[in-house]
Design a protein around this ligand. Sequence first.
Ligand code: NDP
Length: 277
Amino acid sequence: MDHYAVVGNPIAHSKSPWIHAAFARQTGQALVYQTLLAPLDGFEQSVTAFRIGGGRGLNVTVPFKLEAFALANHHTPRAEAAGAVNTLAFGPDGILGDNTDGAGLVRDLSFNLHCPLVGRRILLLGAGGATRGVLLPLLTSLPASLTIANRTASKAIALAERFIPHAGRARVDGCGFEELAGRRFDLVINATAASLADELPPLPPGLYAEGALAYDMMYGRGQTPFLRAALADGAARVADGLGMLVEQAAESFALWRGVRPDSAPVLAELRRLVEAS
Ligand code: NDP
């Protein structure tokens, strides 16, 4: 049996073992996938012990994505652009670091939610690790514009400047929340940690263009405060980040095992479990 795990702190809440077990059953792959709680000051030691014990790969979650980037010997282009890693693969050449968060988000948006990104005006709220992970895949989807807005505006501006070379013909800018007043977007993605504290980013009203989708990377039972506020402010439809979670897992699974699972039935079953919890 090949061994995999998701490493983080805390980690007990993670749905990744359930998702990867479902993928393994579906594709007939023999593997074990568990959680790995690393001490806050012991990420590298935990990874090394797991690898020496025969582990083949790890998913990496809060707060270790930057340390995982530093630990990897080589990176995929999307991990390089993000400067953060959520997937480690152990092989003869050392440790490969990848970041599948953005590909997971783009697939959830375009495939599961039928929300085309080409030519759209995208607003991304937040300038933390999740935002960094999704910027390159979003820009590769050829939007008309991509605006990053953050509570600490300087972080959004710095991030926008860093990604302008990857922007192609898209207009990329960064700002604080109040500077969004009077602007309209086709897709608004909440990548702030506000929903974790049951809070809302303080957004000006009228952000949603006709037919706009509001997307919260946070997920759980029922709607997040951000999604409720988006509907009240005119968003035509809303979605949470459960699809992104399953799709980024599918992308990691494909990297490790060379076979892409069918994510749709796994997402449908996980949604049922989350709503029943
Ligand atoms: P970080 O800690 O790296 O970044 C947090 C961001 O949220 C910062 O931009 C911070 O602003 C902002 N923020 C925090 N609290 C508030 C608040 N009360 N109001 C407004 N802004 C706030 O977190 P991550 O980027 O790693 O994660 C962000 C979210 O995305 C989390 O909810 C996480 O669960 C989710 N996520 C979901 C995934 C999925 O698969 N569905 C994958 C990855 C992440 P400032 O810079 O001013 O401090």
